[in-house]
Design a protein around this ligand. Structure first.
Ligand code: HEC
Length: 149
């Protein structure tokens, strides 16, 4: 085996170890982020990258003022407001009664895994496990729904 190959194997093995260590200390890849993780990801957020992440959402949502409700509600003006306010959208009782106001933290938890954040929600979405990708998307959503980015 060449020296390059051996190096690669050692690298791969240590990456696996790092991944396992993170999983056990944080309780798995979908565990809720700490506020510090979120704050530093938001400080580095790239809303252009977030616009690409939004491709995961656009089949069910619109963002512009007066946009249609699709499978999910129009999201214009949702940020900094209580959940479940879009006109004419039929929300689950779970989300209507959750007492959530949308900010970076509640949104981060939601898109990590909606059904963990709000058990019984009708938003069927597997979740985004990468903290930076979530922050990028949050930055994009804030700007694109009328909130200062
Ligand atoms: C398969 C359709 C679907 C996809 C994909 C989807 N959503 Fe949703 N979304 C919904 C539904 C349905 C609801 C309403 C949930 C309820 O009432 O429990 C919702 C609700 C929401 C809400 C709460 C809105 C409010 O008025 O309180 C936000 C925020 C949201 N989605 C963001 C996203 C983001 C960001 C993505 C992409 C990462 C996404 N959604 C992907 C269907 C979807």
């Amino acid at each position: 085996m060449g020296i390059q190959m051996k190096r690669l194997l050692v690298l791969a093995a240590s990456l696996v170890l790092v991944a396992c260590a993170q999983e056990s200390s944080e309780g798995g890849p979908q565990a809720r982020a700490t506020p510090a993780d979120l704050a530093s990801a938001m400080a580095n957020a790239d809303s252009k990258a977030g616009e690409r992440m939004y491709l995961l959402c656009q089949s069910c949502h619109t963002l512009d003022e007066g946009g249609l409700n699709k499978i999910g509600p129009n999201l214009h003006g949702f940020y900094d407001s209580p959940a479940a306010q879009a006109d004419g959208f039929f929300y689950s009782a779970a989300l209507s009664d959750a007492g959530i106001t949308w900010d970076d933290e509640t949104l981060d938890h939601w898109i990590t895994n909606p059904s963990t954040a709000v058990p019984g929600t009708t938003m069927i979405f597997a979740g985004i496990s990468d903290q930076q990708q979530r922050a990028d998307l949050i930055a994009y959503l804030r700007g694109a729904t009328g909130e200062a980015p």
